[in-house]
Design a protein around this ligand. Structure first.
Ligand SMILES: [Zn+2]
Length: 137
């Protein structure tokens, strides 16, 4: 019997969904090599993956999300960030062979610049308060 908690993660767009799949694949790879897990992840890694998944689902950029290492929003706690960084560094190059497609997307995504969050907010505000069109006398 499985008593999995209700699926509360908000719907993700294709980019976030793919990023989540990449993350899961990388963690499984790391866990397999470091913790001897045959399939999926050990409890520890599964917990981290769950954490990462939540952060991803609530990313303020949504589908415009930059690569996490280009992002100014530090939504991970320092400890979790370091753990993920170690996993990514290990799994990154190995992903090329095991998951070439995901890996390719990941490499492309890495080059994406982070849209400045401040500008994002300003844009939203500007929609409510059009400021331009100020004419000089
Ligand atoms: Zn593990």
């Amino acid at each position: 019997m499985t008593t999995s908690p209700a699926d509360q993660t908000p719907a993700m767009g294709p980019r976030l969904a793919r990023e989540q799949a990449t993350m899961a694949a990388m963690m499984a790879l790391y866990c397999h090599d470091h913790h001897g897990t045959r399939r999926g992840c050990c409890d520890d890694c599964a917990q981290l993956l769950d954490y990462a998944r939540r952060r991803l689902a609530t990313c303020p950029f949504g589908e415009e999300k930059p690569a996490c290492n280009n992002c100014q929003v530090h939504c991970y706690s320092a400890i979790q960030r370091e753990r993920v960084r170690v996993i990514m560094r290990y799994a990154g190059p190995r992903m090329l062979f095991r998951h070439p497609i995901l890996s390719l997307h990941h490499l492309l995504a890495k080059r994406r610049e982070a849209p400045p969050l401040a500008a994002l907010k300003r844009e939203r505000q500007a929609l409510g308060h059009p400021r331009d069109g100020v004419t000089k006398p």
